[in-house]
Design a protein around this ligand. Structure first.
Ligand code: HDD
Length: 664
């Protein structure tokens, strides 16, 4: 697959291999010494003449660039998108125009609020940005793992981001929404209600980038060759389904392995377990714009899948890690305005503002207007125009003409017609007054928030209550806690009452009206759509020299499960290396655990017990080699088993939320 990946081929021209080469300056001069500055005498001062010192130090002094103002913490991979068929009935986009057509892609997943070095398993929205390197230019689908947004108009984005980021006086807390300014923003801006419900749900703690959905969020437009238009919403569906962490586990992973999500992505691609996602769209014909009881341009609304079904367009496979994180993942520059013929915008006011922000931010982040020339950002098709100069310009544009129209160059580079592949904006007829106002059709902030609530399983509902209680429990201003409870009583009174009890504020006022019941949408629940799987799950087995490794490991590895051996000391047992000690491993990093050893002394055994407790409390598969070895407290609990076959089944199922006495 890699052989015909044009992007990979293109990147090769810019790739350097330093191994085995003599050390030189940036200008190619070979060096004889890289450990001592040039000084006067062995104990004297360093002299200006030391060009090597100056070059090395100057480069180092300048090697940081501003992190992304949001989505600073992220991780990326290369891959390929393959079209399932010919979608030319709905869009002219060439990359969707033929069954089997392949397009190179680069995807960057991210958290939103944290800095570049922050932990990954925090409660947050995840970014899911895809660059398609198509024959017609780069197309960027810059989405999130939650299908709605906190605000309706881009002009509020700086306010929202200031509220969720660490508070400005002391830069605390990092990568958290559990603080006063975030919740003050929520209660002061009711349009946040729907997304806040998603944010309090398990969607905001995905288990891995491989197991989360993606959404374009904004409403876009598809246009076909006849000029017929559909409003469109984009979805990515992971082939393994969506899976989340539980909150206690997520917090502990943030300490035990702050790189948990990027490590999972990287390791699986290295191992050949390529993550796959299907691209699907929801379509509303242009003429049906006003047929729904929500405004289809409002980014705080979903289009329920039961009402507007998904049409699958193709599959993306991530099959190659980056060679260099900075050059590729850090320097990739996404922009919702990077479109190809057949894909156009709607008047969604959030999208309209985004169309300004993305190029603008790259100018400071990547240092000028030539960021499109960076290898990772270059289209794989030719590009020609009269843009010139600026910091770091790489292309050597020949000739004396850098303007249009011209006669000296036969008026080239020249524009082309739509039939020749030129982009023509959809000619929507618009009339109106210049106003600063929001349409009344954007005013219902609660119906879909209630729909989300009603669509959840009982377990998911409990997690939402727990999340609200945790977050608000960290809010110092009692009035904000109380205002939140009142606001969310409109979504569900009983839910708000429970939260109020947990956080020590008075129940919502009687006068507050809960909104009308809505038809649930099962598609928005994670647990109603569980896909059981085994391949790539990770199991820890606590072993000692007496353990029968064959019997324990083989049934799991046969299913593609990744097994790690844990013991009180490192070393070998038979042919196998012990991967971790009880110190370097942690139960929160595994999908399941088998206890197949007891050790001498109280301390290691207490550690084993902690492993088992954590696995149990996080509802994960827990195996014992025999009934005798089983902790009697766990006997008969769902997903606690003896025997290899039973363990494989328990692992495949996922979390055992029917384990009522777990505490996660
Ligand atoms: Fe944004 C980055 C997704 C609203 C302004 N955004 C960024 C990234 C993702 C999203 C995934 C990271 C891209 C990467 O990996 O490099 N943003 C969204 C979604 C939104 C959204 C799904 C709601 C529909 N964003 C949004 C608004 C604005 C921005 C309303 C401003 C008007 N977003 C930016 C930005 C960033 C960005 C400041 C920071 C880094 C970057 O663009 O390249 O321009």
């Amino acid at each position: 697959m890699e052989n015909n990946n044009k992007k990979v081929e293109q990147l090769k021209q810019f790739t350097a291999k330093d191994e085995g080469q003599p050390l030189t300056t940036d200008h190619g001069l070979k060096l004889t010494n890289d450990e001592h500055s040039l000084t006067i005498g062995e104990r004297g001062p360093t002299i200006m003449e030391d060009f090597h010192f100056r070059e090395k130090m100057t480069h180092f002094d300048h090697e940081r660039i501003p992190e992304r103002v949001v989505h600073a913490r992220g991780s990326g991979a290369h891959g390929v998108f393959e079209s399932y068929g010919d979608a030319s009935d709905i869009t002219m986009a060439h990359f969707l125009g033929e069954k089997g057509r392949q397009t190179p892609v680069f995807v960057r997943f991210s958290t939103v609020a944290g800095s570049r070095g922050s932990a990954e398993t925090v409660r947050d929205v995840r970014g899911f940005a895809t660059k398609f390197y198509t024959e017609e230019g780069n197309y960027d689908l810059v989405g999130n793992n939650i299908p709605v947004f906190f605000i309706q108009d881009a002009i509020k984005f700086p306010d929202f981001v200031h509220a969720v980021k660490p508070e400005p006086h002391n830069e605390i807390p990092q990568a958290q929404s559990a603080h006063d300014t975030f919740w003050d923003f929520v209660v002061s801006n009711e349009e946040t209600a729907h997304m806040t419900m998603w944010h309090m749900s398990d969607r905001a703690i995905p288990k891995s980038f491989r197991t989360m959905e993606g959404f374009g969020v904004n409403t876009f437009r598809f246009v076909n060759a006849n000029g017929e238009a559909h409003f469109v919403k984009f979805h990515w569906k992971p082939v393994f389904g969506a899976h989340s962490l539980v909150w206690d586990e997520a917090q502990k992973i943030a300490g035990k392995d702050p790189d948990f999500n990027r490590r999972d992505l990287f390791d699986n691609i290295e191992a050949g377990n390529y993550p796959e996602y299907e691209l699907a769209v929801q379509l509303i014909p242009q003429e049906d714009e006003f047929k729904f009881d929500f405004d289809i341009l409002d980014p705080t609304k979903i289009w329920p899948e039961e009402l507007i079904p998904l049409r699958k367009l193709g599959k993306m496979t991530l099959n190659r890690n980056t060679d260099n994180f900075f050059a590729e993942t850090e320097q990739i520059a996404f922009h919702v305005g990077h479109v190809v013929p057949g894909i156009d915008f709607s008047n969604d006011p959030l999208l309209q503002g985004r169309l300004f922000s993305y190029t603008d931010t790259q100018l400071i982040r990547l240092g000028g207007p030539n960021f499109h020339e960076l290898p990772i950002n270059r289209p794989v098709c030719p590009f020609h125009n009269n843009q010139r100069d600026g910091y770091g310009r790489m292309t050597i544009n020949k000739g004396r003409v850098a303007y249009g129209k011209n006669s000296l160059q036969n008026n080239t580079p020249h524009v082309v017609t739509q039939n020749e592949g030129g982009y023509a904006h959809y000619q929507e007829k618009i009339e109106g007054r210049k106003v600063r106002a929001r349409s009344l059709s954007f005013e219902d902030h609660y119906s879909q928030a209630r729909q989300f609530w009603l669509s959840q399983t009982d377990v998911e509902k409990q997690h939402i209550i727990n999340a609200f209680s945790f977050e608000l429990g960290k809010v110092e201003t009692i009035e904000i806690r109380k205002a939140t409870v009142d606001m969310f009583a409109r979504v569900d009174r009983a839910m708000a009452e429970q939260i109020a009890q947990n956080i020590g504020v008075t129940p919502p006022d009687e006068s507050i009206q809960q909104v009308e019941d809505q038809q649930p949408s099962d598609a928005v629940s994670i647990l109603k759509n569980q896909v059981p799987y085994l391949k790539t799950k990770k199991v820890g087995i606590i072993v000692d020299t007496n353990s029968n490794l064959e019997e324990l490991v083989t049934p799991l590895e046969k299913e593609g499960v990744v097994v790690e051996l844990i013991s009180d000391k490192q070393g070998r047992i038979g042919q196998r290396e012990i991967d971790h000690t009880l110190e370097t491993a942690s139960p929160v990093l595994y999908d399941g655990l088998i206890v197949a050893a007891t050790f001498e002394g109280v301390v290691p055994n207490r550690k084993v017990q902690t492993f088992a407790d954590e696995i149990f409390n996080h509802y994960k598969a827990l195996g014992y080699v025999s009934v005798e070895s089983m902790d009697k407290d766990y006997a008969n609990a769902p997903g606690v088993v003896t025997g290899a076959t039973e363990f494989v089944e328990a692992l495949k199922k996922g979390r055992h939320f029917d384990r009522t006495d777990a505490t996660g």
